[in-house]
Design a binder for this molecule. Structure first.
Ligand code: HEC
Ligand code: HEC
Ligand code: HEC
Ligand code: HEC
Ligand code: HEC
Ligand code: HEC
Ligand code: HEC
Length: 363
C-alpha cells in the first residue's frame, strides 16, 4: 500500500503535538502538587513521638512508613539473600556482595548491587539499583524480579512481563536484569516513596526519611513542632477535615493518582488499569459523587487509617457501608445486610499472578 506523504507529515505533527501536550500536563501536575520536592529537611518522625505516642506506635508497622528501605539494611539482606528465580531461559539470584546484596542475572555479566527496595512487602517488594550518569543525574534499574508475600519468594515484577519470562529482546545485557528508568522517572519513584527529597537525587539520594512519614501528609509540621515546643500555641497544621472530600482524596492521589490525570475516555469501567488507582476509581462511584453534594462525607479516611495497614476484616467495611446504606436505605436486592458487602460491590481483582487489588469503583 502507498501512503500519501502529506498524511505522514500530518500524522507526525499530530504525534509531536500530543507528546508536547502530554509532557506539559505531566510537568504541570508535578509542579502544583509536589510537596516532596522541597529542598529542606522535613522534621523527622521522631520529632512527633513524644507528644503523639499512639500515632507513633501505630505507625511503626504501617506500609506507608515501610514503602522504601535502604538496600544495606539487615531486613533486606535477610529477605533477599539466597532467593532465586528461573524461567527456563534465565536465572536471577541474590548473592552477598560488599556487605550487602546484589543481583546476579545469567543474562548479564556483572553483579548489580541492591541499593534500595521499594514496597513494604504487604503486596510486593521490588529491589532496584541506581547510579549517576555523566550529567550527574540518577538512573534506576528496576529489577526484573520482586519478592511476593503469598509465596515468600521471587516472581516477575509487575508491569515488566507478567508471565515471568523476559521480553524476547532481553535475553542478554542489562535489559535482561531489569527495566531501565531515565532520570525523571527514577526521581518519580522516590518522590512517591519518601517523605522529602532533594531536587536532584544522586547515587544516594538525599532522603531525610525513607518511606511516607508524618511530615509528608501533615503540611506545616515544622512550624507545628516549633509552636508546640514553645509552650503549645495553637497548632498551625493544615487540617485534613478542613479539606473538601475531593481535595482530600486528591491529596492522597498525589501518590495514589488523581482522576484529573486521566482523560474522560480512560475513565471507563472497562479500563482495568484504574484498579490500581483508588482515588480515581472512588471518584467515579455514585457513593462519592452523590455524597459530595450532601453533608455525608466520603473520602479515603471513611475506610482507612493511613497510620496503619488497611483493615482486612470485611465487617470493618460493612459498618462503613451501613453508615449510609443502613436502616432501609439499602435497596440491595441480593443479600441481607449482615453479609460481606465487598464480595459483590468492591471486588478484589487479580492484576498479576501474585497481586490482587481492590476495585474502588463501588457499584
Ligand atoms: C511538643 C508536643 C508536640 C509535638 C512535638 C508534635 N505535636 Fe502535634 N499536636 C500537639 C498538640 C498539643 C496537639 C493538639 C493541638 C490542638 O488541638 O490545637 C497536636 C495536634 C496535632 C495534630 C492534629 C491537628 C488537628 O487538626 O486536629 C496533628 C495531625 C499533629 N499534631 C501532627 C504532628 C506531627 C506530624 C508532628 C511531628 C512532625 C507533631 N504533631 C509534633 C503536640 C505536639
Ligand atoms: C507520598 C505518597 C503517598 C501519599 C501522599 C499517600 N500514600 Fe498511601 N501509599 C503510598 C505507597 C508508596 C504505598 C505502598 C506501601 C507498600 O509498599 O505497601 C501506599 C499504601 C497505601 C495503602 C495500602 C495499605 C495496605 O495495607 O495495603 C492505603 C490504604 C493507603 N496508602 C491510603 C492512603 C491514604 C488514605 C492517603 C491520604 C490520606 C495516602 N495513602 C497518601 C504512598 C502514598
Ligand atoms: C505517582 C506515585 C508513584 C510513583 C511515581 C511510583 N510509585 Fe510505587 N507505589 C505508589 C503507590 C501509591 C503504591 C501503593 C498502591 C499501589 O499498589 O498501587 C505503590 C506501590 C509500590 C510497590 C508495592 C507493590 C504494590 O504494587 O503495591 C512497589 C514495589 C513500588 N510501588 C515500586 C515502584 C517503583 C520501582 C517505582 C518507579 C519505577 C514506583 N513505584 C513509582 C506510588 C508511586
Ligand atoms: C499517609 C498520610 C499520613 C501519614 C504518613 C501520617 N498521617 Fe497522621 N493523619 C493523616 C490523616 C489523613 C489524618 C486525619 C484522620 C482523620 O481525620 O480521620 C491524620 C491524623 C493525625 C492526628 C490526629 C489524631 C488522629 O489520629 O486522627 C495525629 C496526631 C497524627 N495524624 C499524627 C501523625 C504522626 C505523628 C505521624 C507519623 C508517625 C503521622 N500522623 C503520619 C495522614 C497521615
Ligand atoms: C458516605 C455515604 C456512603 C457510603 C459510606 C457508602 N455509600 Fe454507597 N452510595 C451512597 C450514595 C449517596 C449513593 C447513590 C444513591 C443514589 O443513586 O441516589 C450510593 C450508591 C451505591 C450503590 C449503587 C451504585 C450505582 O452505580 O448504582 C451501591 C451498589 C453502593 N452504594 C454500595 C455501597 C457499599 C457496598 C458501600 C461500602 C463498601 C457503600 N456503598 C458505602 C453513599 C454511600
Ligand atoms: C468504602 C470503603 C473504602 C474507601 C472509601 C476506600 N477504600 Fe481503599 N480499600 C477498601 C477495601 C475493602 C480494601 C481491601 C482491604 C483488604 O485487603 O481486605 C482497600 C484496599 C486499599 C489499598 C490496598 C491495595 C488494594 O487495592 O487492595 C489501597 C492502596 C487503598 N485501599 C487506597 C485507598 C485510597 C487512596 C482511598 C481514597 C481514595 C481509599 N482506598 C478509599 C475500602 C475502601
Ligand atoms: C451477593 C451479592 C451482593 C452482596 C453480598 C451485597 N449486594 Fe448490594 N447489590 C447486589 C446486586 C446484584 C444489586 C443490584 C445491582 C443493580 O441493580 O445493578 C445490589 C444493589 C445494591 C445497592 C444499590 C441499590 C440501588 O438503589 O441501586 C446498594 C446501596 C447495595 N447493594 C448495598 C449493599 C450493602 C451495603 C451490602 C452489604 C451489607 C451489599 N449490598 C451486599 C448484590 C449484592
Amino acid at each position: 500500500m502507498h501512503s500519501n506523504p502529506s498524511h505522514k507529515l500530518i500524522a507526525l505533527v499530530a504525534v509531536l503535538l500530543a507528546a508536547v501536550l502530554l509532557s506539559f500536563s505531566a510537568r504541570r501536575s508535578i509542579v502544583v502538587d509536589d510537596r516532596a520536592s522541597v529542598d529542606i529537611d522535613q522534621p523527622n518522625a521522631s520529632a512527633c513521638r513524644d507528644c503523639h505516642v499512639d500515632q507513633w506506635d501505630d505507625f511503626q508497622d504501617a506500609p506507608h512508613r515501610l514503602a522504601l528501605t535502604a538496600g544495606s539494611s539487615a531486613e533486606v539482606r535477610e529477605r533477599l539473600l539466597g532467593q532465586r528465580f528461573a524461567d527456563g531461559v534465565l536465572t536471577w539470584e541474590y548473592v552477598a556482595h560488599e556487605g550487602g546484596v546484589a543481583l546476579r542475572c545469567s543474562g548479564y555479566d556483572r553483579l548489580l548491587p541492591v541499593d534500595w527496595v521499594f514496597g513494604s512487602g504487604t503486596h510486593a517488594q521490588t529491589p532496584v539499583s541506581v547510579w549517576t550518569n555523566p550529567r550527574g543525574e540518577t538512573e534506576l534499574l528496576e529489577h526484573r524480579v520482586s519478592w511476593y508475600p503469598d509465596t515468600q519468594s521471587l516472581g516477575a515484577t509487575l508491569g515488566q512481563n507478567d508471565d515471568g519470562s523476559p521480553p524476547v529482546d532481553a535475553k542478554y545485557g542489562i535489559r535482561a536484569a531489569g527495566l531501565l528508568h531515565p532520570p525523571a522517572a527514577a526521581r518519580d519513584c522516590f518522590r512517591c516513596h519518601t517523605t522529602s527529597l532533594q531536587q536532584r537525587p544522586q547515587r544516594t539520594p538525599k532522603i531525610s526519611q525513607t518511606g511516607v512519614s508524618c511530615a509528608r501528609c501533615h503540611v506545616g509540621s515544622e512550624e507545628h513542632v516549633a509552636y508546640q515546643q514553645e509552650a503549645g500555641a495553637a497548632a498551625p497544621l493544615e487540617s485534613w477535615r478542613g479539606l473538601t472530600p475531593r481535595e482530600s482524596i486528591n491529596r492522597c492521589g498525589e501518590c495514589h493518582r488523581r482522576a484529573d490525570q486521566f482523560t474522560p475516555d480512560e475513565l471507563t469501567i472497562e479500563n482495568s488499569r484504574l484498579i490500581r488507582f483508588a482515588p480515581v476509581s472512588l471518584a467515579q462511584s455514585k457513593c462519592f459523587t452523590v455524597s459530595e453534594k450532601t453533608d455525608r462525607r466520603l473520602d479515603c479516611l471513611t475506610c482507612h487509617n493511613p497510620h496503619q495497614a488497611a483493615a482486612t476484616d470485611p465487617a470493618h467495611y460493612r459498618k462503613r457501608c451501613l453508615s449510609c446504606h443502613g436502616d432501609g436505605q439499602t435497596a440491595c436486592s441480593e443479600e441481607p445486610p449482615e453479609s460481606n458487602c465487598l464480595s459483590c460491590h468492591m471486588k478484589k481483582v487479580e492484576v498479576h499472578p501474585h497481586l490482587h487489588f481492590t476495585d474502588h469503583w463501588i457499584r
